[in-house]
Design a protein around this ligand. Structure first.
Ligand code: SF4
Ligand code: SF4
Length: 84
């Protein structure tokens, strides 16, 4: 069985570059990103659940999103017995 991995990631978002296409919202398969329909902007709601797949970042043609995984996260390292 694989360990559950929790990480503390950062998702950088530059609203000035965003054109409101919604592709990042549709791309996220773990529901990290919600959609602000009124302002046509993504809301990064549950960043702690991010799987750092970079799919949202790769979908954004305006380079408004940058996913910054924290691979040194204490919680990530603790999930592997060899790092305890
Ligand atoms: S994919 Fe990029 S441009 Fe489109 S809504 Fe998301 S952040 Fe904005
Ligand atoms: S990197 Fe993947 S899991 Fe994280 S917010 Fe983007 S699409 Fe969702």
């Amino acid at each position: 069985m694989f360990p559950t991995i929790f990480t503390k990631h950062t998702i950088e978002f530059d609203p000035s570059k965003c054109v409101g296409c919604g592709l990042c919202y549709k791309a996220c398969f773990v529901d990290v990103i919600r959609w602000d329909a009124e302002n046509r902007k993504p809301i990064f709601k549950y960043v702690e659940d991010c799987e750092h797949c970079f799919y949202c970042q790769s979908q954004c043609k305006k380079e408004a999103i940058r996913v910054v995984p924290n691979y040194a996260s204490e919680r990530l390292l603790q999930s592997f017995p060899q790092y305890k």
